[in-house]
Design a protein around this ligand. Structure first.
Ligand code: ASP
Length: 357
């Protein structure tokens, strides 16, 4: 009986417990920085018995204990938010994360937050917070490509560099950044481009914002065109679909029939689709579902350059929203459309103005 009551109590705490901030101010002369740990390779270890594959192992507190140099820069607080591989992350998790980060930053004595996160969806997660976090204090996402038990773990230096960046006067007003392997990327532009190499994140032709080395931040660029929408409502269902040569539009039709509230379609080239996909898009539009067109191509905007059936100009005339000139990729456009629909409802002209800034 006692065991049953204890298990129920434990379950309730696990399901409903808000992640708590633990901060001990050892040196009042130093600034305070908080690490919000969510999991990912930085917090994983591999063991021969598990076939050599990495699994969640370390808490946020363990990560901090592994980098004693942090204590020279700041009093480090921690929020153990979750410990999951980032392939398990959802927009709902990022919505909770965004609120947690804002709660932490609302404290006047906290200079900024470092979020440790898996790299697989870090580009999307950091973008979600770039749009939704209300505070203007620095928020830096970091993680690792080599797990904590590898011969050359990259997590510790990435963590040290992220805290260095939070505190650097050269690194302010960048919005939420993704900083890994010394390079600082704007969340809106960063993409993961290599599956296993520590130099995996790049910002394409937009360029890096800066570089962290030897305790200093070199600033290359300012951050322009940040989109901000404070999120207060629940997120709607918005699938993201890619097109390809010979696509027949079946996934788009299925998404519409399953109750999608919006769609993001990665077109070809500057944002073109074939006639069957165009017909499926028209089916979505006929149900008043906003359809945002992005591109499979890593660099460049979606442009209304082609007037044939399914060409960018044709899609624009039919009522699609071309994701220009923001040049965000499909997965990020999907998050932006979810947030915009949640906050403004199905107002196509408002949504269009967000994607055309
Ligand atoms: N699968 C890992 C994750 O995204 C990869 C990483 O963190 O590098 O959580």
């Amino acid at each position: 009986m006692f065991t049953t009551i204890t298990s129920i109590a434990l379950l309730i705490t696990t399901v409903f417990a808000e992640p708590k901030l633990e901060l001990k101010i050892d040196n009042p002369n130093l600034p305070n920085v908080v690490i919000v740990s969510t999991g990912g390779t930085i917090a994983e270890k591999s063991s021969a018995s598990a076939g050599g594959a990495a699994k969640p192992a370390l808490s946020g507190s363990d990560l901090i204990d592994g980098v004693p140099e942090l204590a020279k820069l700041a009093n480090i607080g921690v929020v153990n938010f979750s410990n999951i591989d980032s392939s398990h992350m959802t927009p709902q998790d990022w919505s909770r994360l965004s609120k947690t980060v804002d709660q932490v930053l609302a404290r006047k004595d906290i200079s900024g937050v470092v979020v440790t996160h898996g790299t697989d969806t870090m580009a999307e997660g950091s973008f979600f917070l770039d749009v939704t976090v209300k505070s203007n204090k620095p928020v830096v996402f970091t993680g690792a490509m080599n797990d904590a038990s590898s011969l050359t773990p990259d997590g510790p230096l990435n963590l040290l560099n992220a805290v260095t960046q939070v505190l650097s006067p050269n690194a302010q007003n960048w919005g939420v950044t993704l900083t890994l392997n010394r390079y600082v990327n704007a969340a809106a532009h960063v993409r993961k481009l290599q599956t296993t190499n520590v130099q995996t994140f790049e910002s394409g032709e937009k360029g890096y914002l800066g570089y962290v080395f030897g305790g200093n931040v070199t600033r290359f660029n300012d951050r322009l065109g940040r989109i901000r929408i404070p999120l207060t409502n629940d997120l709607p269902l918005v699938p993201y679909l890619r097109t390809y040569a010979g696509a027949n539009g079946m996934f788009i039709r299925h998404a519409v029939d399953q109750g999608a509230m919006g769609l993001v379609v990665d077109g070809l080239g500057a944002g073109n689709v074939n006639p069957p996909v165009n017909a499926a898009i028209k089916y979505a539009l006929s149900k008043n579902i906003p359809v945002v067109i992005t591109t499979r191509v890593p660099n460049g905007a979606v442009e209304p350059s082609y007037g044939d059936v399914g060409g960018g100009e044709n899609l624009l005339e039919e009522g699609c929203i071309l994701a220009r000139p923001n040049e965000i990729d499909g997965p990020k456009a999907r998050l932006l459309l979810m947030i915009a629909l949640a906050e403004y409802g199905n107002d196509h002209s408002k949504i269009k103005s967000i994607f055309n800034r």
